[in-house]
Design a protein around this ligand. Structure first.
Ligand code: 2HA
Ligand code: ZN
Length: 270
């Protein structure tokens, strides 16, 4: 049997957490990631032994038998690279759909992120619309969060502003950005609301909290959040200054058509 510590998927997760920490998006225990793994990918690293079972507190029957590498609750992204076995866990959703079987990690007796409801419910929603979906990522990127305090929290308005901030935004996230109002985090309610938005969007802002991203792999999902964060940074650097130039709606349309992306046409005034 191969050692999980040598698994490429583990190293990609460690590098991603380190990058997010380095960018200042995940202070202290802020942020969480869950990565859906295919059975063939994990099988070489596992025996049939279940270390512990942990109740989920919600129904995840749609995901039974699926494997996820998940950041731990209360754990710091800063520390994942030096001690992945304490800060991460590899779980399988049990046959009852109500329990997580711990197969590796959470070495200090820990458990998965408190945001697991939002993660697993979002995985269920994305898998229905995207068979290549694998990643849910939550983070507190600085400028995205700053923008939440000075820009209206409306999906159409927020998406339009972000699209206008960098030419490539509409190509990277043509589906736009969903928005939830401020809600109590760590609950099944915010999990349901997030998953509901994830039926249409791969990016969901949690008002005055942070952002969720969904994608086929860690790089793509990271890149989605990174692009929103870059746009939010440009907005925050310019919002207090007179706007002299802007990318017009007909130019956004031209971009989307040239790059052949399926964009939210109702978000443009065309
Ligand atoms: O786990 O970011 O939303 C820390 C968080 C909760
Ligand atoms: Zn958070």
């Amino acid at each position: 049997m191969k050692n999980v510590l040598n698994a490429p998927f583990l190293h990609k997760m460690m590098d991603t957490c380190a990058n997010m920490y380095r960018l200042g998006w995940d202070e202290r225990n802020g942020g969480n990631i869950s990565l859906l793994l295919e059975e063939e990918e994990v099988a070489p690293y596992l025996t049939e032994e279940v270390l512990r079972t942990i109740p989920l507190g919600f129904d995840a029957t749609d995901l039974k038998g699926k494997y996820f590498l998940v950041t731990g609750t209360g754990k710091y992204f800063k520390n994942v690279k030096d001690d992945p076995e304490t800060n991460l866990g590899l779980i399988r959703i049990a046959e009852d759909g109500q329990t997580a079987e711990l197969l590796w990690g959470y070495k200090d007796g820990g458990r998965f992120t408190s945001e697991l409801p939002a993660h697993l419910k979002s995985h269920m929603a994305r898998l229905k619309v995207d068979p290549n979906h694998h990643v849910i990522m939550h983070s507190h990127p600085t400028y995205t969060l700053a923008m939440n305090y000075v820009h209206v929290l409306d999906e159409r308005e927020l998406t339009r502003t972000l699209w206008q901030m960098c030419t490539e935004c509409i190509v990277v996230f043509p589906d736009g950005v969903g928005v939830l109002p401020w809600m109590l985090c760590g609950t099944n309610e915010i999990g349901d609301a997030t998953a509901n938005k994830m039926e249409q969007y791969r990016l969901v802002v949690w008002g005055m909290h942070g952002i969720y991203g969904a994608g086929k792999d860690l790089d793509e999902t990271f890149g989605l959040i990174e692009t929103v964060e870059k746009a939010a940074q440009i907005y925050m650097l310019t919002a207090h200054l007179p706007r002299v130039n802007t990318i017009e709606d007909h130019q956004l349309k031209e971009l989307a058509e040239f790059f052949k992306v399926d964009y939210r046409k109702d978000f443009l005034n065309i």
